[in-house]
Ligand binder design. Structure first.
Ligand SMILES: *[C@@H]1O[C@H](CO)[C@@H](O)[C@H](O)[C@H]1NC(C)=O
Ligand SMILES: *[C@@H]1O[C@H](CO)[C@@H](O)[C@H](O)[C@H]1NC(C)=O
Length: 474
């Protein structure tokens, strides 16, 4: 049989792709994942004893004591970096990576604060630990070596995007994210993370960038968020086009000539900022403003930026565009912007579903399973263009005291339902085991759920594939 020429080419490029140092990152056909919560962004409730041992405090109103990274860094300016560095090396290390692999998980979502790009912090008024970026690079290298796909999640944004939440890095009743200057910083952060994902070999398995974790749900309180969504996608794509990663032909054609002849990343970004007909004025400004910042980070992480050195050109040829990722449109009410309107190239949507915070179903087993087994979020979102959809946060937590028998079902049913979309990412990979943490791990830790047998050893399997059958309304 005569093999058609194009097939030979496909085989050859496959061969080269496998031989090359850097392979293209990709989202697995079905995501079975966990969040690496409280690693580079601490939420003290997940490690209450360690937090106290570090020098933190616990209080019912998190704005009133040392209950966030901001408050901690403000209280301990001289020791904060060393204290956090110890946490970063112990909370997530090779032992944890090995456990993820043994559990058959294929994806992690990594919550990050904007302060991981250190020069974005205004240190006259903002306080955060430094050095996390080195730990991110270290962890990503370990995840890459394990073949685990990574979603980088902008979880705590400049000015804080959520009210009175430890996960925003700073507890405040008046979040300041929804302002032009903080949107701008978030866009610079996104541009820097995009560049690093493609240029730093440690970031090889980074496949997606999540724009904003859990913004305020009332869209009337998030002015400008729709415009931000568009600028977010544009900056990701502008950086990629500057790096020679092809995304969309109409943008390819408008590439300024200087981009092709650039010798290094900064030169290419600078040339790209001439593409004023393709990108918004804000995005052009972000391209300019990110140049000194990505240069600084590259020095900090010893990342090569010269196209002709260390095979960077070849590495970039193997990269595919990042999947831009947003909370789905149903996260907000009051006439929200539709993130689908922002898409250029591959994009996905994220739904978070916690029954234990109320407002979803009555607090009993029957109501939980009836609601879950008839979930229509994937279809409803798809009708608004928000597809593919993954469930980027969920847990086994309940508003009632749950039996082991129920938690087996509860784990099965959630995995079953969320797998009908792009897959699921549990919150969280681990929780501190201590007297102070009490029972938290039982319903919030994947590793603990696995030890207790709520989760199957193979995440694609269920104890009972028919778990939902009695609850499905015909
Ligand atoms: C990871 O950190 C834990 C402490 O949380 C420690 O017991 C373990 O030895 C560390 N693993 C590696 C490979 O360093
Ligand atoms: C990039 O190249 C330009 C021009 O050759 C040079 O001035 C600049 O220092 C280089 N930047 C980096 C980060 O290597």
């Amino acid at each position: 049989m005569k093999v058609p020429l194009h097939l030979t080419t496909v085989c050859l490029s496959f061969l080269f792709a496998t031989l090359a140092i850097a392979r293209a990152a990709s989202i697995p056909p079905k995501i079975y994942g966990v969040n690496l919560g409280s690693w580079l962004l601490i939420e003290p409730w997940m490690l209450p004893q360690e937090w106290l041992d570090m020098g933190g405090q616990s209080c019912s109103d998190c704005s009133k004591c040392i209950a966030t990274e901001f408050a901690f860094a403000q209280a301990y300016p001289n020791t904060v970096d060393a204290t956090f560095n110890k946490h970063w090396t112990t909370w997530f290390n090779q032992t944890d990576v090995d456990q993820l692999v043994a559990a058959g998980l294929n994806t992690v979502r990594i919550p990050l604060g904007y302060w991981i790009v250190e020069s974005l912090v205004d240190r006259r008024t903002e306080y955060f630990p430094k050095g996390g970026i080195h730990q991110l690079q270290r962890g990503l290298r370990q995840l890459r070596n394990a073949g685990i796909t990574v979603i980088l999640d902008h979880h705590a944004l400049p000015g804080a995007q959520a009210e009175n939440q430890m996960f925003a890095g700073r507890c405040t009743s008046s979040p300041q994210f929804y302002t032009p200057s903080n949107y701008h910083r978030a866009l610079v952060w996104s541009g820097v993370m995009t560049a690093l994902s493609h240029v730093d070999p440690a970031f090889e398995t980074v496949a997606s960038l999540h724009a904003v974790n859990e913004p305020i749900m009332d869209a009337s309180k998030t002015p400008g968020y729709g415009t931000f969504q568009k600028n977010f996608v544009q900056i990701v794509r502008a950086v990629e086009i500057a790096l020679g990663i092809s995304v969309d032909q109409s943008y390819e054609d408008s590439k300024p000539p200087g981009v092709r002849s650039a010798h290094n990343v900064t030169e290419a970004l600078n040339a790209m900022s001439g593409a004023t007909n393709s990108f918004s004025g804000e995005v052009i400004q972000v391209l300019k403003d990110m140049i000194p910042i990505i240069s600084g980070v590259a020095v900090q992480l010893s990342v090569n930026m010269e196209f002709n050195q260390h095979g960077l050109r070849e590495q970039l040829k193997n990269r595919t565009p990042l999947v831009t990722n947003f909370m789905d449109i149903s996260w907000q009410h009051n006439n929200p912007a539709n993130p689908a309107d922002a898409a250029i190239g591959p994009q996905t949507y994220d739904n978070h579903l916690y029954y234990s915070f109320g407002g979803v179903a009555d607090p009993n087993e029957e109501a939980y399973l009836s609601h879950l087994c008839n979930l229509d979020r994937i279809e409803k979102d798809a009708a608004l263009g928000n597809t593919p959809l993954w469930f980027g946060e969920w847990s086994l937590s309940t508003q009632f005291s749950a039996t082991d028998a129920f938690l087996h079902k509860w784990a099965d049913a959630q995995k079953l339902q969320y797998s009908k979309g792009a897959g699921w990412i549990f919150w969280n990979f681990k929780i501190e085991i201590s007297a102070r943490a009490g029972n938290t791990a039982r319903q919030w830790s994947y590793m603990e759920g696995l030890r207790r047998g709520y989760f199957t050893l193979d995440p694609s399997k269920l104890h009972d594939p028919h778990v939902c059958d009695p609850y499905v309304r015909k």
